[in-house]
Design a protein around this ligand. Sequence first.
Ligand SMILES: Nc1ncnc2c1ncn2[C@@H]1O[C@H](COP(=O)(O)OP(=O)(O)OP(=O)(O)O)[C@@H](O)[C@H]1O
Ligand SMILES: [Mg+2]
Length: 306
Amino acid sequence: MDYILKTYNLTKKYKDITAVENVNMTIKKGDIYGFIGKNGAGKTTLIRMITGLINPTSGNVEIFGHPVSRGNKAFLERIGTIIEFPGSYQNLTARENLEMHRRLMRVSDKKRIDEVLELVNLQHVSNKKVKGFSLGMKQRLGIARALLHKPEFLILDEPTNGLDPVGIKEIRQLIIDLAKTHGITILVSSHILSEIHQMVTRIGIINNGHLLEEVGYEAIKERNRHFIEAKVSNDKKAAYLLENHFAIENYSIIEPGIIRIYESLENSPAINKIFVKNGIDVAEIKISKDTLEDYFLKLTGGENNA
Ligand SMILES: Nc1ncnc2c1ncn2[C@@H]1O[C@H](COP(=O)(O)OP(=O)(O)OP(=O)(O)O)[C@@H](O)[C@H]1O
Ligand SMILES: [Mg+2]
């Protein structure tokens, strides 16, 4: 089976609000699927339907090839989530919190607690009370709890929310490690694309309840690449010079007089010089980045109201 998750025209309506509408999402085994959307876009609602916490108004969810409903919770043993679970007990230690959850989840292997503490890098503070933890440590403890029963599919709703750059990096490293080393498929949501795009293999963009697009890693890289952009008086001659002087083939004339060069970025001064020397007027030459963030903002229509 290739797919861990498939949704079919998944829709959730609340009176006059359509929170999620006709979403067809696919997550393949091994994906780190970044689920991106502004506040109120419908991320949590979709995740709640996926995990059977709420029923869809219409449409279906399949996890591991089986239909999900509130009556069918067997699949829950194979997924781990950090949505809707109560926070940790502040007056208990990390280890005590995990021990409680271990009993609740009927995980018989007591050694599993040390394993998950190590996975999230909290082994050194395992006997400290949670109330002294940073937000990042609390998030990682939440992830440790979600991992206790060895899920195959981990669903993290905004795990980087409110963290500082160091905390975000730690979560990112952890997610990559869980996917690459432990083979766990991961769905991770965020309203800030730049916080997660470096680690994902696929991205789904949701806006106003609609899944606008699902793009793979190659497309992500493609849309996030740097290039030299030159405004020249003679694009054909410029192309000739790029190929013959610099052996550059990875370029394109995006419109008459505007040429983009996707390699040898460090050579932009030399390229400029050769153009001018050969009688080409260079009105502008700059290094640009076609960021995924720009693309996301364009798709979702305006500022990310984070
Ligand atoms: N129980 C509910 N009753 C009524 N409306 C709801 C309910 N839950 C969510 N909504 C509405 O559905 C829409 C989607 O909300 P949702 O929480 O799924 O967004 P989100 O993408 O998770 O946002 P955030 O980034 O703020 O967490 C919002 O307009 C929200 O107000
Ligand atoms: Mg949410």
